[in-house]
Design a binder for this molecule. Structure first.
Ligand SMILES: [Zn+2]
Length: 175
């Protein structure tokens, strides 16, 4: 069973009331995120704590985790990426107020009183956390397929370092 979250929220009111929302969101609802994924199947587990801090700043602490399917840029096969995202967002009503925020916060600018689409906030945070170049953590190609490339690069580097002229001129400078 998936626990439903409200589609739209009033973040300021949630913060004033110190409420916590917990539930799951389908990845399929996050169209922008899905574009970077191989499949839009799956769910995001969401926990959002709203409160007001001691200096009166309303904030939201978000914890999301999910597994998404992306393409490994090394072997071009699909891979499962486990994502855990923590964020701490301070709600401000205008860009001008961002400067006054304590530094532990990322700003969340909410410029009018319209309800906020909850999935969009979570989607933004997940997109920010996606690796630029997703890759398997293990060696996903046969060793010879990628050690050739690496060796060539290494050879060039060591050539430079081992050049007798380079060593000689370094010695000269020292003296
Ligand atoms: Zn791979």
């Amino acid at each position: 069973m998936h626990q439903k979250l409200p589609k739209e929220i009033d973040p300021f009111r949630l913060a004033q009331n110190g409420l916590t929302l917990e539930g799951q969101l389908p990845i399929a609802e996050m169209v922008r995120l899905s574009k970077s994924l191989q499949s839009d199947e799956g769910w995001v587990n969401v926990r959002l704590g709203f409160d007001v801090d001691e200096v009166g700043t309303p904030y939201m602490r978000g914890e999301f985790n999910t597994s998404v399917s992306v393409i490994c840029e090394r072997c071009m096969n699909s891979m499962i990426l486990e994502m855990t995202v923590d964020c701490l967002l301070a709600m401000v009503s205008s860009e001008r107020k961002v400067e006054g925020l304590a530094e532990q916060y990322d700003p969340w600018i909410i410029e009018n009183n319209d309800p906020v689409l909850l999935s969009a906030v979570i989607e933004d945070e997940l997109i920010l956390s996606l690796p630029l170049v997703p890759r398997h953590t293990e060696a996903c190609l046969p060793e010879e397929a990628w050690s050739v490339g690496d060796e060539q690069v290494e050879l060039k580097d060591s050539d430079k370092a081992a050049s007798p002229f380079a060593v000689l001129s370094a010695l000269k400078i020292k003296q």
